[in-house]
Design a protein around this ligand. Structure first.
Ligand SMILES: Cc1cc2nc3c(=O)[nH]c(=O)nc-3n(C[C@H](O)[C@H](O)[C@H](O)COP(=O)(O)O)c2cc1C
Length: 185
């Protein structure tokens, strides 16, 4: 696959098979990630591979956060579905950036993390492995930081990066026409 095809064919995966991903491929993916551009060479990245027992704790916190927002109690079926979603993919990586003093640096470091996650995702896709970058309330929860043993004053959690073989590859979602977003003035 050439690079343009790889970029266009990569999809965000919602349903993973659970088949393992080799440690070598995972390591290469992190290596690809850290070759992303990063302004002032801050190298802000931190990746945490989340163990199954830790994933269960994160899933429980996700359920608790959903319950706080929900009008009615979450059913056992819903709860189990949410936990399964956390445990099924082969790998979960939490992507974080080291917090620097300034807001502008934090913004640029988040951009460097976005580039890193895209590198990782494209490399994995080239190896037949899918990813999903997830965000949401779980990443802002102090309990999540506690579970991961990270301090919120030192790190900003940027993503839950799910990694694994796709059970289903979704169709291409639409993108804008190039004429609409590439201007000449
Ligand atoms: C910063 C960021 C956060 C995202 N968070 C989520 C998320 O929480 N849940 C999700 O299903 N997809 C999430 N995505 C993936 C997008 O929904 C996905 O890229 C988009 O639907 C286009 O699909 P594609 O990646 O297959 O082209 C996120 C993507 C980015 C860049």
């Amino acid at each position: 696959m050439n690079v343009l095809e790889l970029i266009k064919n990569r999809r965000t995966i919602q349903s993973f098979s659970g088949d393992p991903v080799s440690p070598e491929i995972l390591r290469n993916a992190i290596d690809a990630a850290i070759w992303a551009p990063n302004h002032k060479l801050t190298k802000p990245w931190l990746f945490v591979e989340v163990k199954p027992e830790t994933r269960k704790k994160l899933a429980d916190e996700q359920v608790a956060l959903k319950q706080k927002k929900a009008a009615a109690p979450i059913s056992v079926v819903e709860r189990e579905a949410m936990i399964k979603k956390f445990l099924e993919p082969a790998t979960l990586i939490i992507a974080a950036i080291k917090k620097s003093g300034s807001t502008s640096q934090l913004e640029e470091d988040y951009a460097a993390m976005a580039c890193a996650i895209q590198n990782l995702s494209l490399y994995l896709w080239s190896e037949g492995v899918g990813t999903k970058w997830g965000t949401g309330a779980l990443l802002a929860s102090s309990i999540t930081y506690e579970i991961l043993g990270l301090k919120p004053e030192e790190f900003k959690l940027c993503g839950l990066v799910w990694v694994g073989k796709a059970r289903v590859t979704p169709p291409k979602p639409p993108r804008p026409n190039i004429e609409e977003i590439f201007l000449s003035r």
